[in-house]
Design a protein around this ligand. Structure first.
Ligand code: CA
Length: 237
């Protein structure tokens, strides 16, 4: 079995060593970096299956590292930060992070989150190959195993693990309204973690990426004070 490769970006040496220890014990191949420049160099040289990124770094800030990683690849990113407010968490997710862990955290919690993100970023390996999904009468085709999508105009790209999981959850229940807490489960949050704006952020990112319009959607419809549903394909009647 090939071990998933984790890149840890953390400037505090003790914490960096501790995270490395826990992740290696969990069976991952770990590389680490103490600042953003070293992190980007390590990623360019070797890549990674997931990046654990501290936001408060000397020199290049974590947010800039995140943007640079996002431009280079769609690698899943887990932010760790002492910034604790909801606004700061949401800002990190909006930049394209997949999850956010506030410091201080239990290293077991970190390994659990890493496993969850990797599970949903590689559903084909974990759950067997999922079929391609066609949405909005073929306007969007998504391959959940690679998270690649194609729009009917020919444009395409790749969704983040969270975006893909959310869209797959909506597609499994066509026409049904899914509440934010149901969709949270779909993006592999722990039950009990009330963090529903994560869903809104993923939906906003999906809309931006796929060119869906919140006020006149072709794909995802907002159900006020409840959640979301897929726009129903027109019935041939
Ligand atoms: Ca730091």
């Amino acid at each position: 079995m090939v071990h998933a490769r984790i890149l840890i970006v953390e400037d505090e040496p003790q914490l960096r060593g501790l995270l490395r220890l826990y992740l290696e014990r969990a069976g991952y191949a770990v590389t680490d970096a103490g600042d953003g420049t070293a992190a980007l160099a390590a990623f360019a040289a070797d890549g990674a299956d997931l990046v654990v990124l501290d936001l408060m770094l000397p020199g290049m800030q974590g947010e800039a590292v995140l943007e640079a990683l996002r431009e280079a690849a769609d690698v899943p990113i887990l932010i760790t930060s002492a910034k604790r407010s909801d606004a700061e968490r949401i800002a990190g997710l909006r930049l394209g992070a997949d999850d956010y862990l506030a410091k201080p955290f239990n290293p077991h919690e970190l390994t659990a989150r890493v496993a969850a993100i990797l599970r949903r970023s590689r559903p084909a390996a974990a759950e067997g190959t999922e079929a391609m999904i066609s949405l909005a009468a073929g306007r969007l085709v998504l391959d959940p195993s690679s998270r690649r999508y194609t729009l009917s105009g020919g444009e395409g790209g790749r969704l983040t693990p969270g975006e893909s999981a959310l869209l797959v959850a909506l597609a499994r229940r066509p026409g049904a309204v899914l509440a934010r807490e149901q969709l949270l489960e779909a993006v592999a949050r722990r039950p009990g973690e009330v963090y529903e704006r994560v869903v809104d952020v993923h939906v906003a990112n999906l809309r931006r990426k796929l060119g869906d319009d919140a006020t006149d959607p072709w794909l995802i419809e907002t159900i006020p004070s409840t959640g979301y549903r897929l726009v129903a394909d027109r019935d041939p009647s």
